[in-house]
Design a binder for this molecule. Sequence first.
Ligand code: 8X3
Length: 249
Amino acid sequence: MKQTALVTGATAGFGKAIAQRLVHDGYRVIATGRRRERLEALAAELGPDLLPFPLDMDDAAAVTALPGSLPEGWRDVDVLINNAGLALGMEKAQDADIANWQTMIATNVTGMVELTRVLLPGMVARDRGHVVTLGSTAGAYPYAGGNVYGATKAFVSQFTRNLRCDLLGHNVRVTNLEPGLCGGSEFSQVRLRDDAKAAAVYAGTKPLLPVDIAETVAWVLSLPRHVNINEIEMMPVCQAAGGLAVARG
Ligand code: 8X3
């Protein structure tokens, strides 16, 4: 019997690569995202083990209704991949657009916790499950312009640690994966709203790629059921923490 995984934000980038990898590894995958045509293209590519399921993570009613909205035979979600998330803007806090902050909090925090909350009871009742969240090095290391984006990822980090405490005694695993610089996705185009600036983020680097993230997720899921990987921080070899800064006047 194949396991069922639900991958949020599966229309591009990490989510798409994770959905492709999990179908390849023998999972049935519910692929969610806002862009229906991209989900349908993924279903056409991957076949009947990929269920396209349009979902806006900012739509609380749709997110909380999700378990009952899934077709018969797809409701017992074994694996939740909380991938959907975004960064908007690089302005310093004093200059940032508050609407961008609200959108990041709505998707990266509110939508993520709502979906997790509605899927956990089934995992606990079946005494099997795995929640994998996509955090970020931005949740651990501050940088100028990271303000609310980094804070949402710090939330993800502590939320997953706390989930482990609440789920102790149940066979439900929780993993937070924290990538650093990663190219090959729409992350920087969405954040900077400028293709040239987005390309400059990766100029002269060999960043992580979505397939590297998918490989890591596949490994975490493949481990024996008594093994829980709590957190993984991963960076490309060309990246390291920057150290503290001092303003000199
Ligand atoms: C992506 C990593 O450094 O662009 O989450 O914030 S970073």
